[in-house]
Ligand binder design. Structure first.
Ligand code: MN
Length: 202
């Protein structure tokens, strides 16, 4: 059984960028629904029920065919949202420090260029999906609830939800305003710790 993880902050804590209404709906309804449907999909496969969410989605090609799409969509949804909540904090924003900042600058030339490239990937992603920063400093976009683990890549260290449900109540069609304000709540300390630690479970 998978369960909805608690947030590390109140629903209204990010309200300068994401309203309490969105946070509540997104966590209690959308994320909960992915978990419920994942659990339902695994009902007939008890041997999979003790796997971690990382194990399930890394091994997506070997999940029984009749539940593979459900695990991909809802297991992906559970993993992605679990990471997303942790990537944000009311004390977030600003810039990373240490090795992460150094490696961003080495790859992109400046932090501002990195922000521009990540934002651009998020703005040009058609439909619903996610944008990720990978430990090799590549920026990857994926559709729906897919994520890099499903394609044999490393666990992402930062993820942005660009489904309309993540911003429409506050921003309507203005995805650019959502993303620009999202940078103000990114918890770089969390991303740095994830980057430099060997353990990257959600
Ligand atoms: Mn979402």
């Amino acid at each position: 059984m998978f369960f909805l993880p608690n947030l590390d902050y109140e629903y209204d804590a990010l309200k300068e960028s994401i309203s309490e209404d969105i946070m509540r709906l997104h966590h209690q309804k959308h994320h909960q629904s992915y978990i419920d449907k994942l659990n339902t999909a695994l009902n007939s496969y008890p041997e999979l029920q003790n796997s971690s969410i990382e194990e399930l989605i890394k091994d997506i090609d070997n999940i029984p065919a009749d539940v593979r799409t459900a695990v991909r969509n809802h297991g992906g949804g559970h993993y992605n949202h679990s990471l997303f909540w942790k990537c944000m904090s009311p004390g977030g924003g600003g810039e990373p420090e240490g090795k992460l900042m150094a490696d961003i600058i080495e790859k992109y030339g400046s932090f501002e260029t990195f922000i521009d490239e990540f934002t651009s990937k998020a703005l040009t992603l058609f439909g619903s999906g996610w944008v990720w920063l990978q430990p090799d400093m590549e920026i990857i976009a994926s559709p729906n609830q897919d994520n890099p683990l499903m394609f044999g890549q490393s666990a992402p260290i930062l993820g942005l939800d660009v489904w309309e449900h993540a911003y429409y109540l506050d921003y309507m069609n203005k995805r650019d305003d959502y993303i620009n304000n999202w940078w103000n709540i990114v918890d770089w300390k969390f991303v740095e710790n994830r980057y430099t630690s060997a353990e990257q479970a959600v």
